[in-house]
Design a protein around this ligand. Structure first.
Ligand SMILES: *[C@@H]1O[C@H](CO)[C@@H](O)[C@H](O)[C@H]1NC(C)=O
Ligand SMILES: *[C@@H]1O[C@H](CO)[C@@H](O)[C@H](O)[C@H]1NC(C)=O
Ligand SMILES: *[C@@H]1O[C@H](CO)[C@@H](O)[C@H](O)[C@H]1NC(C)=O
Ligand SMILES: *[C@@H]1O[C@H](CO)[C@@H](O)[C@H](O)[C@H]1NC(C)=O
Length: 240
């Protein structure tokens, strides 16, 4: 009699929990690859610790990652390795204000994706994130000869050594020198500078929002419920 009473319930419970645990096992795990992370790209390439450090301290790394996630224009970055920074005149970086450090990093970033072959046809001066070169701010020229690509600032000329990363949206090229913008490093013997355009206010950076709404790990709850089900079935077996 008791068997007849409990069996349908037991069958139902077993079916229910089997179904439940099977379907929860099929839940796909979240994809690990998010938007491109410039810091990770440079870390993987190695030899870019100074550039990474200055990108982080100026919050440009976050800016770049946000732009890569939001823009379809893409970005091109000229990345000087550690030895290029080591070759700078002593105190060069320390002589810059925080705002000038931001401009220095932004000068190494072009607001569109440019492939190696597209350098052959770009028109000078190129626009950088540091300012509108069409207005004479932070001019940067590219010259090519065969496969060789040079980047000229009016202060120095760097050569593109190789491609570190390219995915059609972001291109990162290693350059053999830190690009020194004319606006920051004009030779002291140059004619008296026009009233500085550097005083313009750099727009406040919107901090990259970190999402706190990551769902709590649901598998714990699932495990608890499945264990409870198993315990319940075991209890019913004991009663039979
Ligand atoms: C980007 O990569 C760096 C280094 O791997 C890591 O410390 C940082 O948390 C990553 N940033 C994001 C937004 O994933
Ligand atoms: C990337 O952009 C999407 C859509 O705008 C947004 O939901 C997501 O949080 C962004 N991810 C990061 C890491 O900024
Ligand atoms: C690039 O720069 C190097 C070193 O300054 C120079 O020898 C070479 O001729 C330049 N090439 C081009 C295409 O401007
Ligand atoms: C960059 O190119 C522009 C346009 O061709 C030219 O006027 C300017 O003098 C060049 N500047 C340098 C530093 O080569």
């Amino acid at each position: 009699m008791r068997k007849l009473l409990f069996s349908p319930i037991l069958l139902f419970l077993m079916f229910f929990f089997l179904y439940f645990s099977t379907s929860s096992a099929q839940t796909p795990s979240p994809a690990p690859s998010g938007p491109t992370n410039i810091t990770a790209v440079l870390e993987k390439a190695g030899q870019f610790t100074t550039f990474i450090k200055i990108m982080k301290s100026t919050q440009e790394a976050d800016q770049i990652n946000t732009q890569l996630n939001n823009s379809n224009q893409g970005l091109t970055i000229f990345a000087p390795p550690d030895n290029a920074f080591a070759n700078l005149k002593a105190g060069t970086l320390n002589s810059l204000s925080d705002q000038e450090k931001v401009q220095l990093v932004q000068f190494h970033i072009l607001p569109s994706f440019i492939s190696m072959s597209q350098f052959q046809t770009v028109s000078n001066p190129l626009r950088t994130q540091a300012g509108n070169s069409a207005n004479g701010e932070f001019p940067l020229n590219v010259t090519t000869s065969g496969n060789q690509v040079n980047v000229t600032t009016g202060v120095n000329t760097a050569t593109v050594a190789n491609t570190i990363y390219t995915d059609g949206q972001l291109a990162v090229y290693q350059v053999d020198q830190v690009l020194l913008p004319l606006d920051l490093f004009a030779a002291p013997t140059a004619p008296a500078p026009a009233p500085s355009k550097l005083d313009k206010v750099i727009p406040a950076k919107t901090p990259a929002t970190t999402s706190d709404d990551t769902p709590a790990d649901a598998s714990d709850a699932t495990t608890t419920r499945v264990s409870f089900g198993i315990a319940l079935i075991a209890a019913i077996f004991l009663m039979l």
